[in-house]
Design a binder for this molecule. Structure first.
Ligand code: IZC
Ligand code: ZN
Length: 427
């Protein structure tokens, strides 16, 4: 029997619940979003206790300290961004004119720019400076509806700076409402002083992964598997060691060249394979069959010249589970907005509004190992909610480039009102 006293009750809403069953939604089932018109959501002690029809609510006799009439607006689970390089120093706008002259992302990196320029800035930055910069980004994310974000290290390439980035990410959890999930991405680029000796660097990163794990600073391990960065063999050795250390596995794979990282993700039973723009159809099929969530990053595709992953093949042929993320980073995707990514997913990936919503809520939750806590409007799940200005889901990716958020709640607490962060929401 439901305790009748709750902390928050929202009435007269249109709910998109994503509820029921287990696991991420795959293939054609990503299209099945259940809408409840004239719905209500109730939250007590940070968790949803009711999400359903208002008529059923009356029989539950709920009393709430706070009651709000949503006036027919759409409510979805809080958005989840399962791939970002949140904590870093500086920016790389100077590379824009190089890019416009046709210098590729990998050529900029090979010339000591790109990731390596952010590594230099991040090595030189204090924890306070990194925290201040990330706080600005987190506020932007929250105001756009993101309530949970994965954050990678990888701008240290050495022990001191990798630990610094991960400590900053951990501390950010207590400074503001967005929840962070940390990933150790030590092998993000080969430092120039290692020459061709990637073996030696991988050895060091395995040792560091072990230290990070014992400090409790990261749940996932990731590697940039790409031509000119780390090979499939390097990646297999690193990920095998990280799996033995107890990490969940993620891979930056087949972003630019079809190296076979997507097949490796399947072989290693990774939690996610990310990018997969150049992945072979066999690779996509094998990852889907192994239960790997494919995290697609269409903002990066838009920004690096318009090559998009084959989402339709994944959904229509391979029965894959797709999540979407910003890839927020100062090089290949300098945008914190998941709403913009939702528009790119429609236009660039040909995903439908329903598939897109599933990919930024329920499926993104599984991509960060939180599928049983967040990503749905269902009793027992966390009270993370987005209230949109519109009642029509398709309006979100259709009318792009603006913020559609009315309100955001994190664990039942109002943290965004009229698209602006509520000041006293700092935890
Ligand atoms: O800083 O360029 N792709 N890593 C792999 C990135 C993009 C981040 C960056
Ligand atoms: Zn990335």
């Amino acid at each position: 029997m439901l305790n009748p006293q709750v902390d928050l009750l929202i009435t007269h809403a249109k709910l998109a619940t994503l509820a029921g069953g287990t696991g991420p939604r795959r293939g054609r089932t990503m299209q099945q979003v259940e809408f409840i018109e004239k719905g209500a959501v109730a939250v007590a002690a940070g968790k949803i206790v009711f999400a359903g029809k208002m008529t059923d609510l009356q029989s539950a006799h709920l009393k709430s300290a706070v009651v709000w009439n949503a006036d027919g607006r759409l409510i979805t689970p809080g958005l989840i961004d399962p791939h970002t390089h949140l904590v870093h120093a500086g920016s790389r706008e100077k590379e824009l004119s190089l890019k416009l002259r046709g210098v590729s992302y990998l050529d900029i990196l090979a010339q000591g720019g790109g990731i390596l320029s952010t590594v230099r800035a991040t090595q030189a930055a204090t924890e306070q400076a990194l925290t201040a910069q990330a706080l600005v980004s987190l506020r932007r994310m929250l105001e756009q509806g993101t309530t949970t974000v994965e954050a990678k290290s990888g701008y240290g390439l050495n022990r001191q700076t990798e630990l610094k980035q991960l400590r900053v990410a951990q501390a950010l959890n207590k400074l503001q409402p967005v929840e962070l999930v940390s990933t150790f991405l030590g092998p993000h680029a080969l430092p120039p002083e290692f020459g061709q000796r990637s073996d030696e660097f991988i050895d060091q990163m395995i040792a560091l992964a072990s230290a990070v794990k014992s400090l409790g600073l990261a749940e996932y391990a990731d590697i940039f598997c790409e031509r000119g960065v780390f090979s499939v063999a390097d990646s297999r050795r690193y990920l095998t060691a990280c799996r033995d250390l107890g990490y969940g596995l993620k891979l930056h794979a087949d972003e630019i060249e079809p190296l076979g990282g997507t097949e490796l993700a399947a072989e290693m039973q990774a939690v996610t394979v990310d990018h997969a723009v150049a992945a072979s159809p066999e690779g996509l099929r094998s990852a889907a069959a192994a239960g790997v969530v494919t995290v697609l990053l269409p903002g990066t595709s838009w920004n690096l010249g318009g090559h998009y992953a084959n989402a339709r093949f994944l959904l229509d042929e391979a029965d894959g589970a797709v999540a979407l993320a910003t890839d927020y980073n100062p090089g290949s995707c300098p945008s914190e907005s998941l709403q913009l990514i939702m528009a790119f997913a429609a236009n660039g990936l040909r995903m439908t509004p329903e598939e897109i919503l599933t990919a930024v809520t329920r499926n993104a939750a599984y991509a960060v190992g939180r599928g049983e806590q967040i990503g749905r409007l269902e009793a027992g799940w966390q009270g993370d909610l987005c209230v949109w200005e519109t009642s029509e889901l398709a309006y979100l990716p259709y009318h792009f480039g603006i913020n559609h958020i009315k309100r955001v709640y994190k664990r039942g607490l109002l943290v965004v009102e009229d698209g602006r962060a509520v000041k006293e929401a700092a935890k």
